[in-house]
Design a binder for this molecule. Structure first.
Ligand code: HEC
Length: 99
């Protein structure tokens, strides 16, 4: 029984290490959105800082699918095209914690 508990804990630990790192995934966004997402990217986006995680997920999924955005949505499509659902969620969760 003890062995089973230990095995479970080790597995859970390994999984959390593999989880997407929202901070690292958002590093490339800084050039346009600012390091703390307080800039209007290229002068046109909303300020992302202060948006809720689920709003950010919706926006990023929409850019990826081509169903969301304004005149410059193509710029954002390129940014998130290679991010999977887990990575998008991780980025959004990270941004929502920026104070
Ligand atoms: C090359 C510049 C550039 C980079 C890099 C970039 N963005 Fe953007 N982002 C924009 C522009 C421009 C818009 C507005 C696009 C539109 O809808 O017309 C935008 C819009 C957004 C929005 C929606 C805000 C709104 O106006 O509703 C979110 C959320 C967002 N970006 C997050 C990110 C994240 C997360 C990253 C990094 C993975 C990122 N962006 C990287 C330029 C950039």
């Amino acid at each position: 029984m003890k062995k089973l508990v230990i095995a479970t804990l080790v597995t859970a630990g390994a999984l959390s290490l593999m989880a997407a790192d929202g901070k690292a995934l958002s590093a490339k966004c800084a050039g346009c959105h600012g390091a703390d997402f307080s800039k209007k990217a290229l002068g046109v986006s909303k300020v992302v800082k202060g948006m809720k995680a689920d709003e950010i997920v919706k926006a990023l999924q929409g850019y990826k699918a081509g169903t969301f955005g304004g005149s410059m949505k193509g710029v954002m499509k390129g940014q998130v095209a290679t991010y999977n659902d887990e990575q998008i969620k991780a980025v959004a969760d990270y941004i929502a914690t920026i104070k």
